[in-house]
Design a protein around this ligand. Structure first.
Ligand code: NDP
Length: 233
């Protein structure tokens, strides 16, 4: 292992931003453990793992397995997320629960699993994929934005509480090419999103932001990067 090579875990790596991030970081020479529920193809330095972030045991196995194989865990990219948008009065309560389970509980499970390693190592880097929805609410985004505000706050809280040596970054994408909007079941939200998502940036644009944060010297903590299409208002 070279001095610059890191052991990097990426959640939600079976499509979109997570897949682009895992591929980019593996090509850059890091060892990437890529987790999701759907299968992921193995590649050089890219190790697929089955992961359901809503299941705390699954997350613990994901992190401890990587630590056992490689001796340490340098970075967790907590990227897994879902976005079944709808107005509150559509009462799609199961979808609200799913957003809370994946976007909030999933992040907390990740923190619970990696933090003991980061503390033992005296170093580590949590990178959370939030959203521009963590800074603004629009009709149909109330619950999704709520989960992303929470992700932003939890990540900032970790920054404030952490020992020096532990780095914390929130990546805040705007409209990005991925499968995310495909899960919207509410017809009103789906129509609104089709219009909103007309101009997208490639998932690799967000992956480059993740790589930038990781590549900084150990004493430089990039706390938030907002990346969106130039045409997005
Ligand atoms: P995708 O739908 O393409 O990717 C979402 C990823 O999350 C998939 O790999 C999916 O894998 C994974 N995932 C969902 N549920 C679980 C679970 N229970 N356990 C493990 N993995 C899970 O969308 P994006 O790439 O766009 O989403 C990545 C992140 O970026 C999300 O947090 C999203 O909120 C955020 N984001 C995206 C924006 C965009 O415009 N694309 C804008 C702002 C933020 P699988 O189904 O195989 O488990």
């Amino acid at each position: 292992m070279t001095e610059q090579q890191k052991i990097i875990l990426v959640t939600g790596a079976s499509s979109g931003i997570g897949a682009a991030t895992a591929q980019r970081l593996a090509i850059a020479g890091h060892v990437v453990v890529a987790g999701a529920r759907r299968p992921i193809a193995a590649a050089e330095r890219l190790e697929p793992a089955h992961l359901d972030v809503t299941d705390r045991d699954s997350m613990t196995r994901f992190v401890t397995g990587a630590a056992e194989r490689h001796g340490r865990v340098d970075v967790l990219v907590a990227n897994a997320g879902v976005m079944p948008l709808s107005r509150l009065d559509a009462l799609l309560v199961d979808e609200w629960d799913r957003m809370i389970d994946v976007n909030v509980r999933g992040l907390l499970h990740g923190i619970a699993a990696v933090l003991p390693f980061f503390q033992r190592q005296g170093a580590g880097h949590l990178i959370t994929t939030a959203s521009v929805g963590a800074h603004e609410v629009v009709p149909t985004s109330a619950v999704y934005s709520g989960t992303k505000y929470a992700a932003w706050a939890i990540t900032e809280g970790l920054r404030q509480e952490s020992e020096p040596g532990i780095r914390v970054t929130t990546i805040t994408p705007g409209v990005t090419e991925s499968e995310l909007a495909g899960q919207i079941t509410d017809p009103y939200a789906r129509a609104a999103m089709t219009e909103y998502r007309r101009d997208v940036i490639a998932a690799d644009a967000v992956a480059r932001a993740v790589q930038f944060a990781i590549d900084q010297p150990a004493d430089v903590d990039v706390n938030e990067i907002i990346v969106r299409p130039t045409r997005q208002r």
